[in-house]
Design a binder for this molecule. Structure first.
Ligand code: DQA
Length: 141
């Protein structure tokens, strides 16, 4: 199985940004964590991060025919991006949505997710373990 892991804006700032919410581990730590979980399960993966909505849309389009599953943390674009939702629907690849924080317990504007209208699995508030749960969801599917 081949999985694409896509992360949206400001996730490259993990370890620096709002450590009370996102913790002290860095994006490099997240890359290493995802790689170790994938290796344990024999899953091939590629990881991508961008601060740009258009680049994320293009990356999703390029998954067509190349990946069996997408794991995406669209970050702030979760709550605003019809374009990311449409890209996921266009490629129709099984998708899990992950959020490090418990978005439902934060500001009202974080309660709605466009991506959740397509994602078959949504995991929130579990930190890095949310990515592990998403990988294991596709492994055991
Ligand atoms: C986030 C939650 C979003 O509301 C926020 O904009 C992020 C990160 C999370 O992982 O908890 O940047 O997606």
């Amino acid at each position: 199985m081949k999985v694409k892991v896509i992360n949206g804006p400001n996730l490259n700032m993990l370890g620096i940004r709002e450590p009370g919410i996102y913790g002290s581990s860095t994006y490099k730590d997240l890359e290493a964590f995802v790689a170790s979980v994938c290796a344990k399960h024999g899953v091939e993966h590629e990881m991508f991060q961008s601060n740009s909505e258009g680049d994320i849309v293009t990356e999703i389009q390029q998954c067509l025919g190349r990946f069996d599953a997408i794991i995406i943390n669209p970050a702030a674009y979760t709550h605003t991006s019809v374009a990311i939702l449409d890209a996921l629907k266009a490629v129709a690849i099984p998708t899990a949505e992950v959020h490090l924080s418990e978005v439902s317990e934060r500001e009202q504007f974080r309660h709605f997710s466009y991506v959740s209208l397509y994602a078959e699995k949504v995991i929130t508030g579990k930190g890095f373990d949310g990515y592990k749960e998403a990988i294991e969801y596709f492994v055991s599917k």
